[in-house]
Design a protein around this ligand. Structure first.
Ligand code: ZN
Length: 463
């Protein structure tokens, strides 16, 4: 009997001789002289090199490298790479920062969105990221989610594209100029269009769509509820900014008579299909309710420091088993997309938050911060097919060469050193068994040309 299935060639990948391979499985297994064997992008075996098959279509020798699951970025605004370090938005808090930047962002074109998406993903890939979310909430001058998807094509990272929205402009008492807000019917129709066009619910998916009003204060309560209903009809996830600043907490109490998390509960925005960016101003009872409902949080330490927003209660989230992931946040408030660097910031800021009563206490470990950036972020995005190197999971991994200057003297514990030493780029990165970074260079992006185009676009935009 002739079977068509037998004609489809399998593609196999063998990784050998990693000095240490950290799996990030439940037991935190780390394998000396480790490797993995993958078939068609999914891992079949992880273990010591001696126990793995001897050959494959592609064999990668990672002697002298530390290997980790690819890091996962759960919050970003890619278009903001065009407005890094903008004078006037450098030394102010969130509201003044937004007031300075909105008129600039209002000039964003479709080509700007494509260029900035490609640039942000390039920087993420070179710094250890294999999956990223991108929260785009303004679509001026005919730009659309299609531009984000087009910009991401060929870079090779998994992409959770969050179709954001704003409907309350200046004339409705909102912060953004009217030219960057949309009417609510348009928002819902276009969001459903991009779900139908791009969302892939299957395991190993490269693209998923997220429904993501910018914040509960930039759209009406009606649109928050309608967005949740739309997402749940299609089985996609929900994302928004919540409890980022003290001012926001006070505004919420004064305007709605509710604390931010209470407001979200009223709007139906809790559950294991929801994650918030920031989650700083939450009390212990609210942390408990987030844990119970399965609601996730994207921790963005650099942005929170940059805008003096506050410090998220990372240790309390972990202790309560809240799904906690990592995000670099938009490039106007970080202003880098260095994901290993961000994991280091998470480790350091959690330590500072423990001061001054640290005696006898244990500080947040490098491995805990790495777990937030891998398993934690995967859980926040609702994915059980990435975040660790185990049989059945996608072959998304990064490798860093240990003969770098930064690692000199740190070889007793290369896994912890990934966050303790100065943040480096990665030497190799694979997504779904395919190379994204080879020998420190992007495989699918011609970087010098992209940087030049991006600088031209930024100069035109900022003026
Ligand atoms: Zn943000």
């Amino acid at each position: 009997m002739f079977e068509i299935g037998t004609l489809i060639p399998m593609s196999t990948l063998l990784v050998r001789h990693a000095q240490v391979l950290a799996t990030m499985d439940d037991g935190g297994t780390e394998i000396i002289d480790g490797g993995l064997f993958a078939v068609d992008g999914f891992i079949e075996q992880v273990g010591p090199t001696a126990e793995l098959p001897r050959t494959a279509d592609e064999v990668v020798d990672l002697s002298g490298h530390v290997v980790l699951p690819g890091l996962i970025n759960t919050h970003h605004h890619f278009y903001q790479t065009l407005t890094r370090a903008v004078p006037g938005a450098q030394d102010v808090g969130l509201f003044d920062w937004l007031r300075t930047l909105y008129p600039i962002w209002a000039r964003l074109t479709p080509e700007d969105v494509r260029i900035s998406t490609r640039l942000a993903l390039s920087e993420l890939a070179l710094s250890g990221c294999t999956t990223s979310s991108d929260h785009q909430y303004l679509f001026p001058n005919g730009s659309s989610v299609d531009d984000q998807v087009e910009g991401a094509a060929g870079v090779g990272l998994r992409f959770h594209v969050a179709r954001g929205s704003m409907s309350l402009g200046e004339s409705d008492g909102g912060l953004p100029p009217d030219s960057v807000v949309e009417d609510e019917e348009t928002i819902l129709l276009d969001t459903e269009r991009v779900i139908n066009k791009y969302n892939d619910p299957s395991p190993g998916a490269m693209t998923r769509v997220v429904v993501a009003p910018c914040s509960p204060f930039s759209v009406t309560p009606d649109l928050m509820r309608e967005s949740a209903a739309l997402a749940r009809r299609h089985g996609v996830h929900l994302h928004t900014h919540v409890a980022e600043t003290h001012d926001e907490e006070q505004f919420c109490i004064e305007t709605f008579g509710r604390r931010p998390v209470e407001l979200m509960e009223d709007l139906g925005w809790v559950g294991n299909d929801v994650w918030y960016a920031h989650g700083i101003y939450v009390n212990d009872a609210e942390i408990g309710r987030l844990a119970e409902s399965g609601t996730g949080v994207a921790h963005c330490p650099s942005s929170n420091m940059r805008l003096a927003s506050g410090i998220a209660p990372v240790r309390s989230y972990l202790a309560a088993d809240v799904r906690l992931g990592l995000g670099v946040d938009g490039s106007a408030s970080n202003d880098g997309s260095h994901l290993i660097g961000e994991a280091r910031q998470a480790m350091l800021l959690a330590r500072l938050a423990a001061a001054p009563s640290i005696e006898g206490g244990r500080l947040l470990a490098a491995r805990e911060a790495l777990r937030i950036a891998t398993r934690g972020s995967a859980a926040v995005l609702g994915r059980n097919d990435i975040g660790s190197l185990e049989p059945g999971k996608a072959a998304d991994f990064i490798a860093i060469s240990l003969d770098r200057l930064e690692y000199a003297g740190a070889l007793q514990d290369p896994v912890a050193a990934v966050l303790f030493v100065a943040p480096t780029g990665v030497d190799q990165s694979y997504v779904h068994g395919k190379p994204v970074v080879k020998d420190g260079e992007l495989v699918g992006v011609e970087l010098p040309g992209l940087i030049e185009k991006h600088n031209r676009a930024a100069a035109r935009l900022v003026g």
